[in-house]
Design a binder for this molecule. Structure first.
Ligand code: GLC
Length: 746
C-alpha cells in the first residue's frame, strides 16, 4: 500500500471515528487567554508551570526522590513524564485540577521515539530506509497511539548527529550526516505534530538533545564536547534549526558541555541562537536532572546557583530535578533572576498547553474507547512491517546466496534467532516484547511450512561464554544447505548510558561463526544491533551479511521476507562502518588534509595522513547498501557548467535496473567545494531520491542544485556561498559515482 494512502487513511479514521471525549469549552484566542490567565497567577503558580516530575512508569534516569503525588496536591507541578494510559493520566489530571486554583492542566510527556505500542525500527534503522514518507508515517502512527493513551508530548525527534559508534545513542538518531539528519528531523516533527496540534491525535514534539550531544569525546555518554563554532553550526545545528522552521513545539537541552559551557546553562545556545537568531517560540525543557548536574559540571556551587544559571540561560522547564521549585522564588527575591524571565518561561509553557487544546478540555486525550480501538491496529502493524523491510541493508551477498530458496534446507542459528525481547530495540516506550513481537523463527515459519526444511538453534548466548549448546547447533547445521546466523547485541547495549569501547560482535558469537565455517557451507549473517559494528572478520568469512538493526514489532517478518526475497533490500547505511574501532571517528564528509593518502597507488606511502596497520577507507561507507538486483548509472548531465549567485543547475542521471528483481534504489547527490576561504569536506550529501525501478527498466532522476546548497561559514563566519569550482558526484553510495563539474560565478 503506497504511503500516502495509508497516511490519508490514518488521518481520515482519526477524525471520523474518534470524536474527542467531552466538549471543548469556548475560550478566548490564545493571545488574550494566556495573558489574562497569567495576570491572575501568583509567582508560586507561575513557577509551578516550570516544574516537571516523573511518575511511576518507565524509569529514564537516576532516582530524584521527589513525591510527585504530594507535589501535585500542593499545586506545584506543571508537567508529568512517564505517566501513560488514559486511566493513569486522567487520575493525575483530576488530582491536579482539584488542587489547581486556576484549573491549569498538566501536560504529560513520554519518550515515544520509534513507536508507542506498535514499534518501528530503531531510528538509526528507520533512517537507513532513506524514506522520508516512512519516517513521517511512523511518527504519525506513534502519535496516534500515544495520544490515544493520554500522552500529550513526546521527547522526540532525537536529532543528534554522531560520527562515533562507541556512543550507544547513535541508535536513537539519524546517523552521521547533516543533510540526511535534517530531512529526517523535519519528517518526524511533521509526523508527531500533524497539521494541527489542536487535533487530539497529535502530540507536541521535542527536538533533542540541544546541542551536539553526539560529539561526546571518545563516544562516552555524557562526556565533554569541545568544537569550533564553525563545526557546531555546520554539522550539528542544522537539524535543530530545521525543526524550528518546521514548527516544533519544544526543545530539550543536552547533558553535555560545549567548549566549557554546559548546554543547560548556555545563554549562547538557548537565548542567543535558539530563541534569538532562530526565533523559537516554544518552550525549552532540560534533560533529566540536567540543572542539578551543573553542580558536578563545576559551573554552580549549589542548586540555587544552578537554578539561576539555567533560568538566565533560557531554560523554561526543569525536568525532575526540583531545582526551580525549591529556588526560583528566592532567586527572584535576591534579584538573581527576573520576573520577566519567569513570566516568559511560564507564557511559553501555557501557550503550548493552549495549542494542545488542554485549556479547552483537559481530558480531550482521555477516551477509553479510543484507547482500545487505536492501539496496535492492523494497518499500523502493516506499516511497521513495510518500514522495517525498507530499513534492511544488504552489506554482502557473494554468489547471490540470498535470497534463499524455499526448497533449500536452512539451519537458522544464533542467540537472536527466536528473540522477541531485543528485536524492538531500546527506547521502545510501551511496546510489547515477549509473546508479541515477531521473532525471526516465527517469521520464517510463516513462509516455510515444511518443518524439515528449517531448524532453529541458538548455539550461543549474546554475551555469556556458554558453549554447552554450540555442538548441537553445529550438528543441525551440518545437515543444511545454507546456514543463517542471527546475531548481534542486547537492546540495552545501545541507547542511553550504553557506550562500548569494543564494537565487535559481543561474547563468543564470532567463535561460533568460525566453528560453523568449518562445515564449508554458505553462511548468511543477519545482524540486530544499535550501532555500526566492526565486521572486518565477518566480511572476510561470511558469504552474506544483512544489517537488520533492531527492526521492531514486525522485525521477524521483515527479516524472513527479506531472506526469501519477498522483500528486496533497499536500505543504505546512515553511518560509516569502520574496519576497526581505532579508525573512529571515521565519516565520509571528512577534510582532505594537507597530506591526503591516495591509496596503494600513491607514490608517497609514508608521509601521508594514514595508518600503517589498516587502510584509511571504511569497511562499509556511508550511503552503502546492496540489492538483489543491480543498477547501472549512466548519462550524468548538468544543464550548465556555470551557476550564477541567483541561478541553479539541473543535474540528471539515468539508472537502469540490470538485474532480475524489481527494486528501489537510493540515488545520492554529493557536492565538493574544491577551494574555499576555509577547508571544506571532500564531499557532502546535498540530495537523494529513493526510486522504484522495475527489472530491465531505465529511469532518469533529476536534482536541482542552487547556491543555497553551497553555503558554509566562511573565514569570517559568514554563512555564504563562495564563487569557484565544484564537483558533483551522483551514485549509489558516498564512495563512488558519476562525476561532473560546474563553476559558481559572481
Ligand atoms: C533521558 C534521556 C532523554 C529522555 C529523558 C526523559 O535521560 O536523555 O533523551 O527524553 O531522559 O526520559
Amino acid at each position: 500500500m503506497k504511503y500516502n494512502s495509508v497516511l490519508l487513511l490514518l488521518l481520515a479514521c482519526s477524525f471520523s471515528v474518534y470524536a474527542q471525549k467531552g466538549k471543548d469549552k469556548k475560550i478566548k484566542p490564545r493571545d488574550e487567554f494566556v495573558p489574562e490567565l497569567m495576570a491572575k497567577m501568583t509567582i508560586d503558580e507561575k513557577i509551578a508551570q516550570l516544574v516537571q516530575y516523573t511518575a511511576d512508569g518507565t524509569v529514564t534516569g537516576p532516582k530524584a526522590g521527589i513525591n510527585y503525588i504530594e507535589e501535585i496536591k500542593k499545586g506545584n507541578v506543571g508537567s508529568i513524564l512517564n505517566a501513560t494510559s488514559v486511566k493513569y493520566t486522567q487520575e493525575l489530571q483530576e488530582l491536579n485540577l482539584k488542587n489547581s486554583r486556576l484549573k491549569i492542566p498538566l501536560i504529560f510527556g513520554y519518550d515515544v521515539i520509534h513507536g508507542y505500542k506498535t514499534i518501528f525500527p530503531i531510528t538509526l534503522g528507520e533512517t537507513a530506509s532513506w524514506d522520508l514518507e516512512a519516517a513521517e508515517l511512523s511518527a504519525r502512527i506513534a502519535a496516534e497511539e500515544a495520544a490515544a493513551s493520554g500522552v500529550h508530548w513526546t521527547f522526540a525527534p532525537m536529532v543528534d548527529i554522531s560520527r562515533d559508534p562507541r556512543w550507544g545513542r547513535v541508535s536513537e538518531g539519524a546517523g552521521e550526516d547533516t543533510y540526511l539528519g535534517t530531512q529526517m528531523a523535519i519528517a518526524r516533527v511533521k509526523g508527531f505534530q500533524g497539521n494541527n496540534l489542536m487535533d487530539n491525535n497529535t502530540v507536541l514534539a521535542c527536538t533533542k538533545h540541544f546541542a551536539a550531544y553526539g560529539a561526546a569525546e571518545a563516544g562516552r555518554d555524557y562526556n565533554t564536547v569541545d568544537m569550533s563554532e564553525r563545526t557546531l553550526r555546520e554539522v550539528y545545528l542544522p537539524p535543530f534549526k530545521a525543526t524550528v522552521d518546521a514548527g516544533v513545539g519544544t526543545f530539550m537541552t543536552s547533558f553535555n558541555e560545549i567548549s566549557g559551557v554546559p548546554a543547560t546553562g548556555s545563554k549562547f545556545l538557548l537565548r542567543d541562537i535558539l530563541k534569538g537568531e532562530w526565533g523559537f517560540n516554544g518552550f525549552v525543557v532540560t534533560d533529566y536532572t540536567a540543572i542539578n548536574e551543573l553542580i558536578p559540571h563545576g559551573v554552580a556551587k549549589d542548586s540555587a546557583q544552578a537554578g539561576e544559571l539555567a533560568m538566565r540561560a533560557g531554560v523554561d522547564m526543569d525536568m525532575v530535578g526540583g531545582i526551580y521549585m525549591r529556588n526560583l522564588k528566592n532567586l527572584l527575591k535576591e534579584g538573581k533572576v527576573t520576573e520577566t524571565q519567569i513570566n516568559d518561561a511560564c507564557r511559553r509553557v501555557l501557550e503550548a498547553k493552549y495549542d494542545l487544546g488542554l485549556f479547552h478540555n483537559p481530558y480531550r486525550y482521555n477516551d477509553k474507547k479510543r484507547e482500545k480501538q487505536v492501539i496496535n491496529k492492523k494497518e499500523y502493524l502493516d506499516a511497521a512491517l513495510n518500514i522495517a523491510n525498507k530499513s534492511m541493508v544488504l552489506l554482502k551477498n557473494d554468489n547471490n546466496v540470498l535470497p534463499l530458496r524455499k526448497e533449500q534446507k536452512i539451519a537458522f542459528v544464533g542467540p537472536l534467532v527466536s528473540d522477541e525481547w531485543n528485536i524492538i530495540g531500546s527506547w521502545a516506550a510501551s511496546g510489547d516484547r515477549y509473546g508479541y513481537a515477531v521473532s525471526v523463527e516465527e517469521g520464517i515459519n510463516k513462509i516455510i511450512t515444511d518443518k524439515n526444511k528449517v531448524s532453529f538453534d541458538k548455539g550461543v548466548e549474546i554475551l555469556k561464554d556458554d558453549r554447552s549448546k554450540m555442538q548441537a547447533a553445529i550438528e543441525n547445521a551440518r545437515k543444511a544447505d545454507v546456514i543463517v546466523a542471527v546475531m548481534g547485541e542486547f537492546e540495552n547495549m545501545s541507547g542511553e548510558a550504553a557506550s562500548r569501547t569494543n564494537i565487535d560482535l559481543p561474547g563468543i558469537q564470532k567463535e561460533f561463526l568460525a566453528e560453523l565455517k568449518k562445515l564449508n557451507k554458505p553462511i548468511v549473517l543477519v545482524l540486530m544491533n544499535g550501532r555500526p559494528l566492526n565486521l572486518t572478520w565477518e566480511n572476510d568469512n561470511m558469504n552474506a551479511i544483512l544489517e537488520a538493526w533492531f527492526p521492531g514489532t514486525m522485525g521477524g517478518d521483515a527479516i524472513a521476507q527479506t531472506l526469501y526475497g519477498i522483500n528486496v533490500p533497499s536500505g543504505k547505511l546512515p553511518m560509516t562502518f569502520p574496519r576497526n574501532v581505532g579508525q573512529v571517528p571515521i565519516y565520509y564528509n571528512h577534510k582532505n588534509t594537507g597530506r591526503p593518502y591516495l591509496g596503494a597507488t600513491d607514490p608517497e606511502q609514508k608521509y601521508k595522513s594514514r595508518y600503517i596497520d589498516v587502510d584509511n577507507s571504511p569497511l562499509f561507507p556511508f550511503g552503502y547498501g546492496l540489492s538483489y538486483t543491480t543498477f547501472k548509472y549512466s548519462n550524468l548531465k548538468l544543464s550548465s557548467n556555470t551557476m550564477s549567485m541567483n541561478g541553479s543547475i539541473e543535474v540528471s542521471v539515468d539508472i537502469t535496473n540490470t538485474g532480475d528483481y524489481n527494486a528501489e534504489e537510493v540515488v545520492q547527490l554529493y557536492i565538493q567545494d574544491k577551494v574555499g576561504s576555509v577547508t571544506r569536506p571532500v564531499k557532502e550529501l546535498k540530495g537523494f531520491k529513493k526510486v522504484m525501478i522495475k527489472k530491465g527498466e531505465k529511469k532518469t532522476v533529476t536534482f536541482t542544485v542552487t547556491p543555497e546548497n553551497l553555503k558554509f561559514y566562511n573565514i569570517d563566519m559568514i554563512f555564504t556561498a563562495e564563487p569557484g569550482d565544484f564537483e558533483i558526484t551522483v551514485g549509489s553510495n558516498s564512495a563512488n559515482g558519476l562525476q561532473g563539474e560546474f563553476m559558481l560565478v559572481k
